[in-house]
Design a protein around this ligand. Structure first.
Ligand code: ADP
Ligand code: MG
Length: 405
């Protein structure tokens, strides 16, 4: 099913039309509400610029964090509006609500080349409702902002795996197209899914363990090696009989991990040593330990140096790598080594072995930038973690289907 592209919409003409765009501005903020990594905002610029240059009246929808259906000032898109204004070099107005009076008034007042950002769509509980009628009613209010001759552009790749009002339902109410970012992400990841060059190595880490354990099976069928680190690995190590002490553990999945180990054996590559700490703290003491040597009451916050080396060797041999999820708590500099080693091995494999290397995941991509690595050293850095995983796993993404022919 080919995508309906932004180029098609631009060819039809957007001048003077209200174009509703779903972007992904779910950026990390520090305690002062300052954006610490603007990668997703930057990734949204080409689509927004093309529409503005074409004379569209652009209305952008996005979410930030998990405000759980209520207006909460700490989840306001205000910092995003400011950052976007700077990056676009034009004023980005922020509506005082999502689909209420203020949004409607401001949408009506737009002129050609103006851009309006709606408040966090997750301030409205209907956005993520499981009840289709509730989502529909919200989507109808959003679509109404685009008036009679409007259109919808899906450009928030990080959310296209979600059947949510601003991603899916609204696209059924307006002529709908894939933005440049979604188009590029889908095409690139689809090529990894359909035709990976072998050896094909998948590297999994991060903390969303229960989400990600589900995909290992599908990926293990296709990949030659599945490297498991980060918060993911402790459930596997427990299944192998190690005592992971206070490390991240998904107890109800230990049996599943045992079955995966039995079924896929040598395909799964697990840590040999770990970097442990007495507490979850930036300044915590760091001790390199064997798998059975985590001190009582400590936790592992990173893979160890021998593991980093053996993971690196598997990656060096690859022709395709898909990496999702940091190998440790890279936000703490003392526990960033494992993540850095994997990222560096991928960069090296890209240039030295002509490997096609993909980073998928909000935090993984942020880690690459935070660690000062060269983003251009990878073949592709995806803006979506869950979405990229589901795509290469072969699942249908509702937010993509709805902008296809
Ligand atoms: P992504 O956004 O790339 O898909 P996740 O959201 O699943 O990745 O996970 C990222 C988080 O995982 C990071 O904030 C990191 O600190 C955390 N993490 C990685 N390893 C560990 C660990 N050993 N213990 C606790 N948290 C971890
Ligand atoms: Mg994440």
């Amino acid at each position: 099913m080919p995508l309906k592209t932004l180029q098609q919409l631009l060819d039809e003409g957007v001048r003077g039309r209200h174009i509703l765009v779903r972007s992904d501005f779910n950026v990390p903020l520090d305690d002062n509400g300052t954006i610490t990594d603007a990668g997703r905002i930057d990734a949204s610029l080409p689509t927004l610029k093309a529409l503005l240059d074409g004379g569209a009246k652009v209305i952008v929808m996005a979410h930030l964090g998990r405000p759980k259906g209520e207006f909460k000032p700490e989840f306001s898109l205000r910092p995003v509006a400011e950052s976007l204004s700077e990056r676009l070099g034009r004023f980005v107005a922020l509506a005082g609500d999502v689909s209420g009076e203020d949004a409607h008034e401001r949408a009506n007042g737009l002129t050609e080349g103006d851009i309006l950002l709606l408040e966090n769509v997750r301030f409205d509980a209907r956005e993520t409702s499981k009840d289709e009628a509730e989502r529909e009613s919200f989507a109808a209010e959003l679509a109404a902002l685009a008036a009679d001759n409007g259109a919808f552009v899906s450009d928030g790749f990080g959310v296209v795996h979600r059947k949510q009002a601003s991603v899916y339902d609204v696209a059924r109410k307006l002529p709908a197209y894939a933005g440049y970012l979604v188009e590029k992400e889908v095409n690139t990841l689809q090529s990894v899914k359909d035709d990976p060059k072998h050896p094909y190595v998948v590297v999994l880490g991060g903390s969303k363990v229960s989400d990600k354990l589900g995909v290992i099976e599908a990926l293990a069928e296709k990949a030659d090696k599945v490297i498991i680190g980060g918060g993911m690995c402790y459930t596997f190590l427990t299944a192998l009989g190690h005592n992971v002490q206070k490390s991240l553990l998904q107890e109800d999945m230990v049996d599943t991990c045992a079955q995966l180990i039995e079924r896929y054996g040598d395909k799964l590559v697990l840590p040999e040593d770990l970097a442990a700490a007495p507490e979850f703290d930036k300044n915590a003491e760091r001790k390199i330990v064997g798998l059975d040597e985590i001190p009582d009451g400590w936790m592992s916050l990173d893979i160890g140096p021998r593991t980093a080396e053996s993971f690196g060797a598997v990656i060096a041999d690859s022709k395709t790598v898909f990496w999702n999820g940091p190998m440790g708590v890279f936000e703490f500099p003392a526990f960033a080594d494992g993540t850095k080693a994997v990222a560096e091995a991928m960069i090296e494999a890209t240039s030295a072995n002509d490997s096609f290397t993909v980073v998928g995941g909000g935090d993984s991509a942020a880690a690459v930038r935070a660690l000062g690595l060269d983003e251009n050293g990878f073949s592709h850095i995806s803006t979506g973690g869950g979405a990229s995983l589901e795509l290469i796993e072969g699942k249908e993404l509702p937010g993509v289907t709805v902008v296809s022919e």
